[in-house]
Design a protein around this ligand. Sequence first.
Ligand SMILES: Cc1cc2nc3c(=O)[nH]c(=O)nc-3n(C[C@H](O)[C@H](O)[C@H](O)COP(=O)(O)O)c2cc1C
Length: 247
Amino acid sequence: MKTLLQIKSSIFSEGGQSSRLTERFIAAWRESNPDGQVIVRDLALEPIPHLDAGRFGAFLAKPGERSAAQQAVIEHSDALIDELGRADVVVLGLPMYNFGLPSTLKAYFDHVARAGVTFRYTEKGAVGLLTGKKVYVFSARGGLYAGTSRDTQTPYVRDILAFLGMDDIEFVYAEGLAISEASKQQGIARAHAEIDQLLGSPLGRESQDQSTQAQRDKQGDEEDADLERGDRRLVAVTGAPRTSELL
Ligand SMILES: Cc1cc2nc3c(=O)[nH]c(=O)nc-3n(C[C@H](O)[C@H](O)[C@H](O)COP(=O)(O)O)c2cc1C
């Protein structure tokens, strides 16, 4: 039985575009893994505190010398690492906010990167200990960045995952979501097509899950409207390409 860990980092939780992409992938995964277990880690619903000197001190303290507060920090971090360690497949929803990854996701990485636990130092450098996993990253963006030097997310996520031992990673991008309605639909359709190819079979289940997807899309429309108001402002500031350049 395989275990899949779904990490959602959209501030909109399951309504986020990145979360919806992870759901589409997981629906397909469940078909090929009917006995598989899915663990959900929603960083919007259960945010992880920022790493500070106190919390990092807990990571450094020797087991017998931890205060009660330090022990609580360790137990929290251990629980996150345990569920990550158990996963054969990791599915990460990755929105772009203000040119980077959500701060909740950074806090998550800060709590699972532990020397001697998830990586260790050797004479040849650091070695990740969370090996043998397949990682799928579903990224949602208002503008267009993939394949350009302005995409700061992909190299960072690739590096931190590889540092922890996870170097078998697939990225799927839904981009241009804030540029126009046509661009948004095109970005989502492209991402869906890629997702449907990921597990090796074009979606035979398309008709099956259309109604569920339609429901999800409807639920998300309100959030999208709010988001786009903010996004348009951002796109104007960041100088994303005009719609005509995209189509
Ligand atoms: C606070 C905020 C900041 C954003 N910053 C960016 C940005 O820097 N670049 C960009 O392309 N899109 C930006 N967007 C648009 C998001 O990337 C887009 O809405 C995407 O769908 C977010 O993923 P989510 O729906 O899973 O939350 C921003 C959206 C929000 C709400």
